[in-house]
Design a protein around this ligand. Structure first.
Ligand SMILES: Cc1cc2nc3c(=O)[nH]c(=O)nc-3n(C[C@H](O)[C@H](O)[C@H](O)COP(=O)(O)O)c2cc1C
Length: 190
């Protein structure tokens, strides 16, 4: 076993909040539904975004400057389309929804700048902290230069709670796709 495997095995997960299989719902029937032999494109991607290919493109990028370290499925992720006006989020995962309190539906189609201010307050330049203004400028420059960047930025959850977001923003291209995307990795660092 390599070091990360032993670390993974020793990890203390909080007790599983999901209810045990009910009396009327046998394990057998749950398994049966998973064993359906008809596999069709999109079965595992109802969002339409092939996140495996996105992550592969991140990890196989030619000139990495940021060390992301290991990434597991609990990582809060967004993918934005930099070629569309306003660089909207085209994909956000459940972990991002959990981190920010916004639903996936609420964030897809929006620029991530809704995180700069509490929901009730308009994100005017004057309402931003100096640290935010500096970070936003850095993000702007990095996005324009198609450069990757990692920084701390003060953000707000939907409920108004302030948090320090350790944001890594990585531009990628997907195979057979001219579109320029950017992948955001988000984690509360406080
Ligand atoms: C993939 C991606 C993820 C981003 N994630 C965040 C984020 O979590 N928090 C944040 O404050 N800004 C985030 N941004 C930056 C904002 O969306 C925005 O680009 C930046 O604040 C500059 O916006 P403006 O050029 O519209 O002023 C992200 C940008 C991209 C492309």
């Amino acid at each position: 076993m390599n070091p990360w495997e032993s670390q993974a095995m020793a990890h203390n997960f909080p007790s599983d909040p999901s209810p045990a299989v009910g009396k009327n719902q046998s394990t057998h029937s749950r398994l049966q539904s998973r064993q359906d032999p008809i596999i069709y494109p999109g079965l595992y991607a109802p969002s339409g975004v092939d996140i495996m290919t996105v992550l592969f493109s991140v990890f196989a990028r030619p000139d990495p400057k940021i060390e992301l370290g290991p990434v597991d499925c609990s990582a809060a992720l967004t993918v934005s389309n930099l070629d569309l006006p306003g660089s909207p989020i085209i994909y956000a995962n459940e972990a991002f929804a959990k981190l920010t309190g916004y639903t996936i539906k609420e964030v897809v189609g929006k620029n991530s700048q809704f995180l700069h201010s509490p929901q009730s307050k308009a994100s005017s330049q004057s309402s931003l902290l100096d640290q935010q203004v500096a970070a936003i400028q850095q993000l702007d420059h990095a996005a324009a230069a198609r450069d990757e960047i990692q920084l701390y930025i003060t953000n707000y959850k939907k409920n108004g709670q302030k948090f320090t977001n350790l944001l890594s923003m990585i531009p990628i291209r997907l195979p057979d796709d001219e579109t320029q995307y950017s992948v955001g990795f988000h984690v509360a660092a406080d």
